[in-house]
Design a protein around this ligand. Structure first.
Ligand SMILES: [Zn+2]
Length: 68
C-alpha cells in the first residue's frame, strides 16, 4: 500500500484541516497568527458546498463557510 500523496492531495488535506479549524470559531481569524481573515473574492466548491477563500494580512490562505 502506497502512502505517497500527490502535491494536490496534500494541499486538499491541508485545506480540510484549515476549514475544520475555522469552523470551530465564530470569527474568521488565521490559525497561524490569529489575524483577521479577509475574503479574496475567490470561491471553491468542495463536496457540493461553496467555500470562500480568505487570506490574512500575512498571506496565509484558508477556506471559510461565509465571506465575512
Ligand atoms: Zn496568517
Amino acid at each position: 500500500m502506497s502512502l505517497k500523496f500527490t502535491r494536490h492531495a496534500r494541499i486538499a488535506i491541508g485545506i480540510a484541516i484549515a476549514v475544520t479549524a475555522l469552523s470551530a470559531f465564530a470569527a474568521q481569524t488565521c490559525i497561524i497568527d490569529n489575524l483577521r481573515m479577509i475574503w479574496t473574492g475567490d470561491t471553491v466548491v468542495e463536496g457540493g458546498k461553496i467555500l470562500y477563500v480568505v487570506e490574512c494580512p500575512q498571506g496565509h490562505k484558508a477556506l471559510a463557510l461565509s465571506p465575512n
